[in-house]
Design a protein around this ligand. Structure first.
Ligand SMILES: [Zn+2]
Length: 222
């Protein structure tokens, strides 16, 4: 959900009432209740006045939806930004079919982690190479880590580290994380020069930054 979407009501309910009220439920659904004859412009004015509160409350609700997996049937997990329903099966391999991910019922967590690591090992070198070919970055190597507080890092000698958790993010966000770390091969800090170099490669990188901010709790899922 983007910053602008945060202010878009999930539902507007008109009824015999005299005032406008806003509610945000635990899933982040945003319901506006308004008098039958309230004008749209008045409703949106009211929303704009409360925009700070709405954004904060919806962000908190969205982020709290990302809780550590308990590995129960029906739980949802994101892969490359797409939602899959967990189905536990008596097997020794993770398998994805349509919108479902089949996970062995014993040691489920380890199986899913290893599956994520495998996906990262396939995807990340390709994306890193793509940006290196196009923009001439030089790096030492790539490691897939289980870092829990940051998506990636770049060492003093330009070794790139990415946490397997980033496979949950959409592809454009992963590309941004790749470009972010590759840019650190040229600029080690987060100075204006650094962001300028990121922007040269990804003019819309702020959208991905925003996604990461809004969805930061996803890193705690597994
Ligand atoms: Zn950085």
């Amino acid at each position: 959900m983007t910053e602008k979407n945060l202010l878009t009501p999930t539902q507007i309910v008109r009824s015999k009432r005299r005032t406008i009220s806003l509610t945000i439920d635990r899933d982040g659904a945003f319901v506006v209740r308004a008098p039958i004859n309230a004008k749209d412009v008045d409703i949106y004015d009211f929303i704009n006045k409360k925009s700070k509160w709405i954004k904060a409350k919806r962000l908190a609700a969205i982020n709290s939806a990302y809780k550590p997996l308990k590995f129960k049937d029906g739980e949802k997990v994101l892969i490359l930004g797409k939602e899959y329903e967990i189905v536990l099966i008596d097997a020794k391999k993770v398998k994805v079919v349509d919108n479902q991910i089949f996970i062995p019922l014993n040691n489920s967590e380890t199986y899913l982690k290893n599956y994520f690591v495998g996906l990262c090992k396939k995807l990340l070198p390709k994306r890193v190479e793509r940006f290196c070919a196009a923009y001439g970055y030089k790096y030492k190597g790539i490691s897939i880590t289980s870092a829990t507080t940051r998506w990636g890092s770049c060492s003093y000698n330009n070794h790139l580290n990415f946490t397997y958790k980033l496979i949950m993010c959409p592809r454009d966000v992963i590309d941004y994380l790749v470009v972010h770390e590759l840019t650190h091969t040229k600029v080690k800090n987060h100075s204006a020069k650094f962001w300028q170099k990121v922007e040269e490669v990804l003019p819309n990188y702020k959208l991905q930054e925003k996604w990461l901010k809004e969805n930061r709790k996803i890193i705690d899922v597994i």
